[in-house]
Design a protein around this ligand. Structure first.
Ligand SMILES: Cc1cc2nc3c(=O)[nH]c(=O)nc-3n(C[C@H](O)[C@H](O)[C@H](O)COP(=O)(O)OP(=O)(O)OC[C@H]3O[C@@H](n4cnc5c(N)ncnc54)[C@H](O)[C@@H]3O)c2cc1C
Length: 396
């Protein structure tokens, strides 16, 4: 068959990784992004070993290495006493899995992904407002008045996906009862002992946790927290928060945590939303990937990482089934859904283990819930060997 016409809706982490993966197999895709410029909000994102290996297989290894921080480990402390609870040795993990967890400023990661795509194929200011599935093609309509015809459409337009909405109606995500504070601080203003020994620290407290880690070498400290709350919080990267409210969320902080909290001059807040696990990842000529298919709680650090697995595996199936791309999408779903559902379940379990920790007598267990051994089935997954095999997932 002649070159297949693929349209990707959404130029975020999932959409650009997929465009780069398709380039790698010699298939150009057109990317339609609603924003007037490619950009991610100033915040950090951790990408786990198997997803780093997927990005390397897509050909982006050098580009991502140039903008990543690779912390040798993560220290977990009690939020109120400062007592060390656990140290996750990520240097050993890197040796075991071929890559360690990488931390990025989101804007740097997005640019690295975009470098794998012909800039002429990225169409900014294109907000999808309509999609019509026909027998032989799909027609897309954009808010700027333009239209586009494609053989396949990949909906990578995030948790509030318009593509998803056309296919499945109002299966809107609901508030999880979890909210997040985020802040970036200048690294040079933070005393070095706060994030010792590895530059990446997690504090656990009752019903909440708090992460801080360096980005861009030691230039920036990224803070991201999570807490149980029945107060409804809006979702969005740029909902401004009040730093005093943020401080009040962490009563009686131990001194190192207090040092960090006292320096927060600006922050944003974010309500976490999810929809129940679903097999509705597209049909016919339309595929959903990334948060459009499988938004998840961020506790396993897997939302973006699963998108990068999606990107590689989708491209491999399209390369393998060049004469039957609709079958390629079916195969993609067959391989991906069981694994991603297991990851979604694990993300939900991790938050409970951490947030209920101070109520339990066994203090070490919650910190170990995302220890290297517990994460091995996620981090040790090799997309290049497993892309066409039903995944092994933990029972229960
Ligand atoms: C607090 C928090 C911390 C997180 N930390 C991590 C982490 O450490 N590691 C990790 O792996 N994951 C993490 N995640 C999850 C991760 O951020 C998401 O899974 C990831 O961003 C999903 O990428 P995406 O491309 O599917 O969606 P998005 O990043 O939402 O991108 C969607 C894109 O589609 C565009 N778009 C939307 N609608 C339209 C339309 N109608 N037309 C055209 N374009 C459109 C948007 O502008 C956007 O560019 C975290 C999430 C949260 C909330």
């Amino acid at each position: 068959m002649s070159q297949i016409r693929i349209a990707i809706v959404g130029g975020g982490l999932a959409g650009l990784a997929t465009a780069a993966a398709l380039c790698r197999i010699g298939t150009e895709a057109e990317v339609f992004e609603q924003s007037p410029a490619l950009g991610e909000i100033g915040a950090g994102v951790n990408v786990s070993p198997q997803a780093i290996n997927a990005l390397r297989a897509i050909g982006l290894g050098d580009k991502i290495a140039a903008v990543a921080n690779i912390a040798p480990g993560v220290l977990t402390r009690d939020m109120n006493t400062g007592a060390p609870l656990h140290y996750r040795d990520q240097t050993a993990a890197a040796a075991r899995f071929g890559a360690g967890p990488h931390s990025f400023h989101r804007a740097d990661l997005l640019q690295a992904l975009a470098s794998g795509v012909d800039p002429r194929s990225i169409h900014l200011d294109h907000r999808l407002i309509g999609l019509e599935e026909r027998t032989a093609c799909v027609e897309l309509a954009f808010a700027n008045g333009s239209r586009h015809e494609a053989d396949l459409v990949i909906g990578a337009d995030g948790i509030h996906s318009s593509v998803r909405h056309v296919l499945y109606g109002d299966d809107n995500p609901t508030y999880t009862g979890q909210m997040v504070w985020r802040a970036l601080l200048p690294g040079g203003e933070i005393p070095a002992d706060v994030l010792e020994p590895s530059g990446h620290v997690q504090w656990l407290g009752r019903g909440r946790h708090f992460f801080a880690y360096y980005l861009r070498g030691r230039d920036v400290v990224n803070i991201v927290t999570q807490e149980d709350t029945d107060k409804w919080v809006e979702e969005g990267w740029s909902i401004p928060g009040n730093p005093d409210d943020m401080r009040a969320s962490f009563p009686n902080p131990e001194p190192l945590l207090a040092t960090l909290l006292n320096r927060v001059g600006q922050c944003s807040k974010w309500g976490l939303f999810m929809r129940p696990l679903t097999d509705d990842w597209g049909r016919g000529r339309v595929a959903l990937i990334g948060d459009a298919a499988h938004a998840m709680l961020p506790n396993a650090g897997q939302g973006a990482s699963q998108s990068f697995e999606d990107a590689y595996i989708l491209a491999r199936w399209l390369a393998a089934e060049r004469n039957d791309p609709i079958q390629a999408l079916r195969n993609f779903r067959r391989i991906r859904i069981p694994r991603v559902h297991a990851v979604q379940r694990r993300s939900a379990a991790i938050v409970r283990a951490k947030h209920d920790y101070q109520q339990k007598s066994e203090k070490a267990a919650p910190a170990a819930v995302d220890a290297v051994d517990s994460m091995a089935w996620i981090w040790g997954y090799d997309v290049t060997a497993e892309w066409d095999k039903p995944p092994l997932v933990p029972v229960g």
